[in-house]
Design a protein around this ligand. Sequence first.
Ligand code: GLY
Length: 334
Amino acid sequence: MADDFTDLSYHVGTYGKNTLWVCDSNTSKMVRPLPTPNVVLEAGESSKSFTCLEKIISTAIESNLGRDCTFIALGGGMVCDITAFAASIYMRGCKVILIPTTFMAMADASLGGKTSINFRFAKDIVGSFFPANEVLICTDSLRSLSNKDYMNGFATVLKHSLLTKDDTLFNILAAQKQKVMDRDQETLKAIITISLQVKKSYVDNDPYERLGIRSALTVGSTFAHALESMSRLQWSSGQAEAWGICKSVEASRELGLCTPDFCAGVLKLFAFYGYDTSYKIQRGDWMDYKNQLCKDKKSVNGVVNFVLLKDQGEYEIRPLDDEVIKKLVMYPSV
Ligand code: GLY
């Protein structure tokens, strides 16, 4: 990891002219002057679109970039996902370097080659697997995030702490809240490093998510993406992810797959960090929610599968009855 952002600017400055920089309206201010050619996207999830993809590809064409060019993404999950997707299709694939600036992008999106854009309010519905040639992580950039954006990505670190039997990460998160909230650099480096090691252990064994191993990393996302999509992306990814992980663990408890104590411990950890673990959708929104669930990428023959945690580092993937889902996500009838 680069120690500070100055080092990082120097490092990426050595990539020469055959590059296309992609930033958002916040991260474009992090490297001055911003090298050309570049594309600056409006910050926010709504930029993960075909329109912005076209803008990146058009700029590459107008700048006469060949197949040997490199796209450099400087930003959070949105910038990294769309830039890597653009790189995967530009001239059938050019190089891509990711410089993640948010927690979500550092601890998750940067590793494992998932690229995507959203379409018709469905999150990450269009994309490819295209691992980055290089990932440069500078935890210093986390200092510039608003509290909302910081916590948005931190949910991923909490998730990764549940996906390993080694409880080092879980214990750091449970014991070092103040350091995490103060954005202490050593603590951040430690938790991001472990978080990426956890993710790597799944990705290495199932890079294309075909063996039911990598899918474990999406625990909570089936519940979460449906909520995000139903709310027309008004829920942030991380807040929805935290809620979705809690619903997955509650579903495990309902089915007797995990102990009530394990479930209570997970809910307590997320609540400890201020996430909304108990949100319920209105009864009238059920059909909309259910329709969004059906678009999940883990569906097989129209059956939606959920990743359910049985214990730390242990999971099962299976469908859930509507009645169980309703009980967890929806207000009960009066
Ligand atoms: N974020 C889950 C994965 O990369 O597989």
